[in-house]
Design a protein around this ligand. Structure first.
Ligand code: ADP
Ligand code: MG
Length: 650
């Protein structure tokens, strides 16, 4: 049972997990080659009688096996391997080695080949040898054995009804998996792969469907959205909602009138004004006698929401609770009594109880794990709160249909009027002096600026960078009032630094990516991003969204150090576009869906075989999903995911 932990690491538990663990590639051990017909760079299989085996020490310790016309070298080897070869030599047995052949001191040799000791005339396998994704210390052989065992043990009947299979021109499941795990040389695997990819997307679509249906069967408070607070709010709002804010607000309010929990994702570029839509939803809850909670990923952002909500809602006589990390239990309990409660993860700590939570808003949802979102949503089990998630990273169409298919989506597609797009400039590190000039000039005119340091994680090292940059800039820009903000500062200090910047007391804020999400200081019109090549594209776009919030023309300077070709191409995307959608799409292509999905990358939802960009495949699977009979649909999801669907029951 020693290997089981390693199998678990690969997500392999049930028989079907093994069956659905498909090969990366194959090696052809069905034929024997000869050194003469070896093709450079291509592995081949040779067989030769073992003559002697010994440890050599030059140029470094290694096991050298001499067979007729062939030398095998193993730099990492066990004593048992030496014995195995010595014994083979005594008995005149043969070695079958698979690997790349190269010319060596003694003629043809292989380094670290895969090998087997055989007797003369032992038959060759009839099928190709699959190579599976594996993990350290788990030999392919063990993996292969378990997979073949599962293939024999599990019933491989089709979950797709014949008619659906025909309509989509798909191969049978049993034949497809059998073929993929043990193809004969020269087999065409195209149809088999098609079938498995289809099945994978189908399973994803079906579980989304189940999650939706499950949601329809749960109860949530009806929030009519026609109460006095909401009316008063609209009357007092200092600006007119944009068309898409109105549309999104309408969609949210309509969901809230339903007796089932809303599960809506509001996406809109940075600065598009999602907060006001959240406030509208909160008021609908409070008007109906329920509480609303707003959860933000950082202390800074939660404070900002607290201020904004207070500014808008205090005049209506509404109390806003603000729940912070460092609070005492009593203070937390008090804050959680307010009709609208704002906070960070502190909201989901176990000693925090809401009396009547009717709505949970989750800002920058991708920053939270699925479980964290669930916790806020599940504080009360019998009647569940509605959920509104918000994200500034737009979701490309294909992901919208696949990984996010269980959610309803609203989009804010325009910025509030009067915004000027941020101009982006690329500057080489060597022109740092010029950049300093610009910072000085801007601050001299009463504007403010950010200087973002290349910290992707809030590591100790990273903080060091910010601290050093801060010291350096203070001397380079002496006379300017400079602040320093990073994730390792105590919450009080963070708040004080941010406050000083909001109030204009500091002119330049040196910071890490803590300011990436949501911070709103309209007077800041210049941003310098150091080592911009080290950031993700969507992240750069997010950062850039912190400026351009006032009426003034804003500039974002991307400072780069050494640029590789790809790094240059990536920066060009951000340089050339202010469209968050296009940037997200490019980011998804460059980084792959894993990182992009953040919390949603939970192994289960990610596609392993199908391409997330394959819109045609996703559409077909979606169509099939809606035509699947209940029984088959259940069996299909069970086959792919097991009986656990908890991650989707959000
Ligand atoms: P985000 O979508 O990035 O969360 P915010 O909700 O923080 O954006 O809004 C950015 C700024 O725009 C805020 O200061 C907000 O008050 C302001 N705002 C939002 N909607 C409008 C509007 N329709 N007209 C003018 N200003 C608006
Ligand atoms: Mg926001």
């Amino acid at each position: 049972m020693k290997g089981d932990a390693q199998f678990h690491k690969l997500g392999l538990r049930r028989g079907f997990d093994f069956i659905l663990h498909l090969p990366l590639r194959y090696e052809d051990e069905t034929v024997l080659g000869t050194p003469e017909n070896a093709v450079p760079g291509e592995p081949l299989q040779l067989e030769a009688r073992v003559q002697r085996a010994a440890i050599a020490f030059r140029p470094r310790r290694q096991l050298v096996v001499h067979a007729e016309g062939l030398v095998l070298r193993f730099y990492n080897f066990y004593g048992s391997q030496l014995k195995q070869f010595q014994r083979a030599a005594e008995l005149g047995r043969r070695v079958r080695a698979f690997g790349e052949l190269r010319g060596g001191w003694f003629g043809a040799e292989m380094v670290h080949p895969r090998y087997r000791i055989v007797d003369e005339g032992e038959p060759l396998p009839e099928t190709l040898t699959p190579i599976y994704p594996s993990t350290a210390g788990l030999p392919q052989r063990e993996l292969r054995e378990r997979i073949l065992k599962a293939l024999d043990a599990e019933p491989l009947g089709d979950t797709l009804p014949e008619a659906l299979r025909k309509r989509h021109g798909l191969a049978a499941f049993a034949e497809s998996v059998q073929l993929l795990h043990r193809p004969r040389p020269g087999s065409d695997l195209g149809a088999a792969w098609q079938r498995l990819k289809f099945d994978e997307v189908l399973a994803q679509q079906l579980s989304m469907q189940f999650a939706r249906r499950d949601r329809q069967s749960r109860r949530a408070p009806k929030l009519p959205g026609d109460g006095p607070l909401l009316k008063a709010f609209f009357e007092r709002l200092p600006f007119k909602l944009t068309k898409s804010q109105q549309r999104a607000g309408g969609e949210v309010l309509k969901d809230l009138t339903q007796p089932h929990p809303m599960q809506r994702l509001l996406q809109g570029d940075v600065g598009s004004g999602k907060t006001v839509v959240a406030a509208i939803a909160c008021l609908a809850a409070v008007d109906a006698g329920w509480q609303a909670a707003v959860m933000a990923p950082t202390e800074i952002l939660s404070e900002q929401h607290y201020r904004k909500f207070s500014e808008w809602l205090a005049p209506l006589g509404l109390k806003i609770g603000w729940l912070r990390g460092g609070m005492r239990k009593k203070e937390k309990l008090d804050a959680a009594q307010a009709p609208i409660v704002i906070g960070t993860h502190a909201l989901i700590e176990k000693d925090v109880e809401f009396k009547r939570l009717g709505l949970a808003v989750i800002d920058e949802q991708h920053r939270f794990g699925v479980e964290q979102r669930l916790k806020l949503g599940r504080k009360r089990a019998r009647v569940q709160p509605h959920q509104l998630m918000m994200s500034a990273t737009p979701i490309p169409r294909t992901l919208e249909m696949s990984a996010y298919g269980d959610l309803d989506l609203s989009s804010i597609t325009e910025l509030p009027p009067g915004r000027r797009p941020v101009a982006t400039r690329l500057f080489s590190e060597t022109k740092r002096g010029e950049v300093l000039q610009r910072v000085r000039a801007a601050c001299g005119e009463g504007q403010q600026a950010y200087w973002v340091c290349p910290v992707i994680e809030e590591s100790r090292e990273g903080v060091q960078t910010a601290v050093e940059t801060y010291e350096r800039l203070r001397s380079e820009l002496s006379g300017l009032r400079v602040g320093l903000l990073h994730g390792r500062l105590p919450p009080d200090e963070k708040a004080a630094v941010m406050q000083a910047f909001v109030a204009g007391k500091t002119q330049l804020l040196v910071c890490t990516t803590v300011i990436e999400v949501g911070v709103d200081v309209p007077n800041a019109s210049l941003m310098v991003i150091e080592s911009a090549e080290r950031f993700g594209l969507a992240q750069l776009h997010q950062l850039r969204g912190r400026i351009g919030r006032g009426a003034r023309e804003s500039v974002c300077i991307l400072l780069y150090g050494e640029l590789t070709e790809t790094a240059r191409d990536r920066l060009k995307v951000v340089f050339g576009s202010t469209d968050g959608f296009a940037i997200a799409e490019a980011d998804l292509r460059i980084r792959g869906p894993g990182e992009f999905l953040g919390a949603r990358q939970s192994g289960k939802l990610a596609l392993r075989y199908a391409d997330v960009f394959d819109l045609a495949l996703i559409s077909r699977a979606r169509e099939a999903a809606s035509a699947m009979p209940e029984q088959d649909a259940k069996a299909h999801v069970e086959r792919w995911y097991g009986s656990k669907r908890d991650l989707l029951d959000a």
